[in-house]
Design a protein around this ligand. Sequence first.
Ligand code: URA
Length: 451
Amino acid sequence: MSDSGEPPAAGAIRAVDVIRNKRDGHELSRAEIEYLVRGYTLGQIPDYQISAWLMAALLKGLSRAETAILTDTMLHSGEVLDLSEFSAAKIDKHSTGGVGDKTSLVLAPLAAAGGLVVPMISGRGLGHTGGTLDKLEAIPGFNVRLDAKRFREVLRACGCAMIGQTAEIAPADRLFYSLRDVTGTVESPFLICASIMSKKLAEGIDGLVLDVKTGSGAFMKTEEDAAFLAELMVETGERMGKKTVALITDMDQPLGLHVGNALEVEEILEVLRGSGPEDLRQLCLELAAWMFHLGGRATTVALGKKLAAELIQSGQALGKFRQMIALQGGDPRVVDDATLLPHAKAALDVVSSRSGYVRAIQCEAVGTACVILGGGREKKEDSVDPAVGIILHKKVHDRVAAGETLCTLMYNSEARAGLAKTLLLQSYQIADSAPPPRKLIHRIIPAVQES
Ligand code: URA
């Protein structure tokens, strides 16, 4: 805004003024937000100015109107897919990000096996959290950079496809996302809402299941903050005519036992075979159930869960995953032989110095340890090591003896392993008693009556 409070005339806008306006807590006009998003997407505004604006937006917040304009402008920075050629319901799921949060790799093939179409556009690792695209790229040959034409062909052939934001679809999010990753500007509900909803709405979906994480490994640490973000996104989805539901789920410790790209692929293969850690398996079934319910494949969530369990039991979900890997250029043999995934050269056990119960695991520190090992990025241009990560042997509530292994680091660099080990030792809190149990699913927004 100018000092008079009037929005500046189009053409008179300068990036530095938009940054100052947000820094000073003013509500930005549509013209100012469009100027920033379009200017950055076209390469006309440099990273340093957008970084400064992102930090101002994170610190000062955005109004509902600013968030809606940002989301819409990012959505229309590229093509909005028209998938009306598909008669089946088009339903997707997206998570706000966590540690060991690998459910998308189960859900896309599982939902497709149940007759839904899943046009999934995902992201890379963000901050301390892992990214679906980095996990998929751990599969030798897997191509997440399909253009819109090939994306559609894969969807036609198998009902699901998993790609990243492209130059055609949600290009603004691709650019903002990678800048936020390395500038400490992820943890804003408004920026997260615009990022997630712009790419999801570009997919041409009918419905969306949101997995909003809360706890020490989430961007929203408290349930209240997670509920605020969930409401913001559900409101945005409904405003755009999409059936939208958000599940607030626990991220106070890593999900499952594996953290790290190839390690997580290994673990989702177990889930698709009907085994795997119980928390991960239960969350996959619950999210799939909601996808089936929103997509009209199950009249109740309970029936959706039953359908999901049957599709895993029968091997159909695993078969879909194999088919999707092959269609996206990956080596489908990994489905039956996980030794074909990249493996780290060395392993290092982290042991407990005392006996007791695991009272807490500082989950963000586990994610950061994985980034330090090379499993995530510290700078935009960093490449990710798919093989490294952490295998947890003890989780919250588990009994542990002095000298017993808490977790194992899979690493390729001694120096990095040393740093990660220190962080992991600090992240485990061992006490004389176990803590009260936490629910896996905290809340559902909007609250829905089961019939
Ligand atoms: N996932 C996204 O796609 N964007 C965010 O900002 C956070 C999680």
